[in-house]
Design a protein around this ligand. Structure first.
Ligand code: G1P
Length: 290
């Protein structure tokens, strides 16, 4: 039987060196796009997909994330006192219910595969989602919801897929594609960050995964791969041929918020969608006269 996806893992242990000095004392996942931290977008995407348990794999210096998904009694009292009921309501609405959130520490930054493996006891023996907050996906229907619905039909493992320029393959996990059926592509091979000449295609893995718990067996005792890190992609590659494995070409736009240009693009795109900001932003762009 195809079991429902109830849990999501958020690997948030990364150091965020690309955004120093902003990330010296603040987790990169707390960087705001307009006025919301990246990690909150990811959690809301998961909530919209019906996820009930949120598992954060953290590292040192990440306590701001725990505080973010908690009540803030002083702030709530202040907002109530100042009659800012609408802000208060929004703030409370963004906090998952008591007991829905759990945290485990990665301890050593050994790679994405290792981070996911650290969540094995919290996930247990059921399928789960993984969301990388750096990949911000703007979509009418939450990207993970699209995938959960598709995976309910296919079963097995699923990754989000996107076409990338040929000279960018070394930034991503790249699939070898099999049969295509609408938004679904069968995955027949997977390599982490191949050079363009060695890439099996230009179809890249975006940071959304639905995985079967068997992945933990493949991650246990795993050798280091690309970049000297324990790679999730390598464990997934070993699962091909077992359960069904599909790439899902999602509807929406993905912003690479691990990259400065991508991060600015996301800010612009999200600001332009906001009624309270749109006119001001457009006026400024026009003034620049680029
Ligand atoms: C990770 C994964 C990679 C994937 C990418 C998507 O890489 O290892 O397979 O394509 O996320 O953003 P990272 O960006 O953490 O180097």
């Amino acid at each position: 039987m195809n079991r429902p996806v109830r849990k999501a893992v958020f690997p948030v242990g990364g150091l965020g060196t690309r955004f120093l000095p902003a990330t010296k004392a603040m987790p990169k996942e707390m960087l705001p796009v307009v006025d919301k931290p990246l990690i909150q977008y990811a959690v809301e995407e998961a909530q919209a997909a019906g996820i009930e348990e949120f598992i954060f794999v953290t590292g040192r210096g990440k306590s701001a994330i725990e505080n973010h998904f908690d009540r803030s009694v002083e702030l709530e009292a202040l907002l109530a006192e100042k009659a800012k009921g609408d802000v208060l309501k929004e703030l409370l609405g963004s906090v998952p219910e008591p007991g829905q959130v759990s945290y485990t520490r990665q301890m050593d930054p050994l790679g994405l595969g290792h981070a996911v493996w650290c969540a094995r006891y919290l996930v247990g023996d059921e399928p789960f989602a993984v969301l990388l907050a750096d990949d911000l996906i703007k979509a009418d229907t939450s990207c993970l919801k699209q995938m959960v619905d598709a995976q309910a039909e296919t079963g097995g493992n699923m990754i989000a897929l996107m076409d990338v320029p040929h000279d960018h393959t070394s930034r991503y996990g790249i699939i070898a594609p099999g049969t295509v059926n609408g938004r679904l592509t069968e995955v027949t091979g997977l390599v982490e960050k191949p050079k363009p000449a060695e890439a099996p295609s230009t179809q890249a893995v975006v940071g959304r995964y639905i995985l079967q718990p068997e992945v933990f067996k493949h991650l246990a005792g795993q050798q280091k791969g690309a970049g000297g890190e324990i790679q999730l992609t390598d464990a997934l590659a070993r699962m091909i041929g077992g359960a069904p494995f599909h790439g899902y070409r999602f509807e929406g736009t993905r912003f690479d918020c691990g990259d400065k240009v991508g991060f600015f693009e996301a800010n612009l795109a999200f600001a332009l969608e906001r009624e309270d900001l749109r006119d001001g932003v457009i006026a400024f762009i026009k003034k620049l006269g680029l």
